[in-house]
Design a protein around this ligand. Structure first.
Ligand code: SF4
Length: 108
């Protein structure tokens, strides 16, 4: 399994389709984002590599907060994570990496 560790947004963006009560013009994107989150880790319109602030500052790509919260809840309910938190996900990544290293060491 290939894992990558992107920084995750600390909070949802103001226009986030995942927020309760969001305006329909943004909320209508949520089903599409949910579908994406089931297949990969989304970098949304507000977090992607192309994002540049109006002062010209380029921001690093981040994992979407709304999508990650959805994934955390799903993975927790499936029993893959011990809790629906970033810390539990970090621990799972560590476990996966250690398993992969162990496998690599055993194959030597
Ligand atoms: S990047 Fe994620 S948190 Fe931000 S608006 Fe897009 S869906 Fe919401």
């Amino acid at each position: 399994m290939k894992t990558a560790k992107y920084p995750v947004r600390k909070r949802n963006c103001k226009t986030c389709p995942w927020l309760e009560g969001q305006a329909e013009e943004w909320a209508c994107l949520k089903p599409m984002l949910m579908d994406r989150a089931l297949h990969s880790t989304p970098l949304c319109h507000s977090t992607g590599k192309a994002l540049t602030r109006h002062n010209g500052e380029r921001l690093k790509a981040h994992v979407c907060r709304g999508a990650r919260d959805f994934q955390l809840e799903l993975w927790y309910r499936m029993g893959f994570l011990s809790a629906p938190t970033d810390e539990a996900w970090d621990a799972k990544l560590q476990e996966i990496e250690e398993e992969e290293h162990g496998r690599t060491d055993d194959q030597r």
